[in-house]
Design a protein around this ligand. Structure first.
Ligand code: PMP
Length: 414
């Protein structure tokens, strides 16, 4: 039986079926911040907690064996989902932020004064601040690629920043504010020409489209479980095995060692070397179940559905007078994801979000952890509507009706 997205899968998400204190039905348009979990993910985590819970690795007893199988099984699922060449290339972390901090600490340990890291002005704070901290510690130079006229990363400008001193190029596959899809191929090719490693922040791509680390040709890729139908507290780093093998540990503790002596210790091979302490086991089980859920549709189908939905959102929103949408216009053939950040010429973004909430419509307002990008766009913040597999065209209509009514109300008050 072919599984259907949108209205066809809404019943899988119990949280969506609710009436809010405003007496309105929930219209959830904030999945770029965090997505919801289908019953199958909730059930898998509950089953693990009620039947299999034990600490992983080394335990001889039945529950520990089950827990280990579940945790390592989740790693296999992630590896297959992003087409890693080996399961050891997947390191579980608390989220994408921790995965980037891991790379900054462990890969960063090999960088020295004068080495360069190239980023873009559109990065999420979690792909900026870890590099700023590292740059301070090791006297590195950070360079920032600007945006082109479509408000995408300007690949030519980025390439012009590269030099033999560039050790890493790190950028978001899909911008959580612009919805722009980065010109990955061009950037990776340019980085390889100067021998730099590439880190892709795939927080907003892995949940929404097929992502193949081998095809992308990246050295590192990070994502968060909670944006892809899984729970918070789990994310992953993909790292090319030779690179991970060369990298020193970043946190010390149990699990990450080979032998410990009072005089010093030796370390486990990857991925354990980078997973100190008891890991988020139930969360990994949840992420594995989320991957099963998304795979039941197929990521090509997820992308196809979201492209339709995203194009409709963009069109309806761009028809509202006084609205400026950031990022590329999909009608120019530019690839963009199913999210729109926008401002109205006179109504403040946080007022829009507050009034939309009165109609049960959940959108985000603020800087979306991209303050430098908002400065670049000449805005203090913006409102953002972001879509996922369970959203429908009707919900977009509800959003647009509520938005128009809010704007009219503010016009009357003036
Ligand atoms: N990068 C991007 C592009 C994101 O959208 C987010 C989440 N908003 C992050 C990084 C950080 O993810 P997390 O907070 O789950 O670590």
């Amino acid at each position: 039986l072919r599984r259907v997205l949108g209205a066809g899968c809404r019943a899988d998400f119990p949280i969506l079926d609710q009436t809010l204190p405003s007496a309105r039905r929930l219209t959830y348009l904030d999945s770029a911040a965090t997505s919801h979990k289908p019953s199958s993910v909730i059930a898998a985590m509950r089953a693990h907690e009620t039947r299999d819970n034990a600490n992983v690795h080394r335990g001889a007893h039945t529950l520990s064996v089950r827990s280990t199988a579940a945790y390592e099984g989740a790693r296999d699922k992630v590896a297959a989902f992003v087409n890693a060449a080996a399961r050891e290339e997947i390191v579980f972390t608390r989220g994408a932020t921790e995965a980037i901090n891991l790379v900054a600490a462990a890969y960063g340990a090999r960088l020295s004064a004068g080495d360069e890291v190239v980023l873009s002005v559109a990065e999420h704070h979690s792909n900026l601040v870890p590099w700023q901290l590292l740059a301070e510690r090791r006297n590195l130079t950070l360079k920032y690629a600007r945006l082109d006229e479509h408000e995408c990363i300007d690949a030519a400008h980025l390439a012009s920043l590269l030099s033999p001193r560039t050790k890493l190029v790190a950028f978001a596959h899909v911008s959580n504010t612009l919805g722009a899809v980065a010109p990955v191929e061009e950037i990776v090719a340019a980085a390889k020409r100067v021998g730099a490693c590439v880190l892709i922040d795939a927080c907003q791509s892995v949940p929404h489209m097929p992502v193949d680390v081998q095809r992308l040709g990246c050295d590192f890729l990070v994502a968060s479980g909670h944006k892809m139908c899984g729970p918070t507290g789990i994310g992953f780093l993909y790292g090319r095995l030779e690179l991970l093998q060369e990298m020193p540990p970043w946190q010390g503790g149990g699990e990450m060692i080979a032998d410990v002596f009072l005089e010093g210790s030796t370390y486990a091979p990857p991925p354990s070397r980078f997973e100190a302490g008891t890991p988020p086991i139930t969360q990994a089980v949840g992420l594995g179940a989320a991957i099963d859920y998304l795979s039941s549709f197929g990521m090509e189908e997820v992308e196809r559905y979201e492209q339709q939905l995203g194009a409709y959102l963009y069109r309806r929103l761009s028809e509202v007078p006084g609205i400026r949408i950031y990022g590329p216009d999909p009608t120019t053939g530019r690839h963009r994801a199913a999210l729109c950040s926008f401002n109205h010429e006179s109504v403040h973004a946080s007022d829009l979000a507050t009034f939309l909430d009165q109609d049960g419509v959940a959108v985000r307002a603020g800087h979306h952890c991209t303050q430098p990008l908002h400065r670049e766009l000449g805005a203090a913040g913006s409102a953002r509507a972001s879509l996922y597999v369970y959203n429908t065209m009707e919900e977009i209509d509800t959003f647009i009706d509520s938005l128009r009514a809010t704007i009219d109300l503010f016009a009357e008050l003036e």
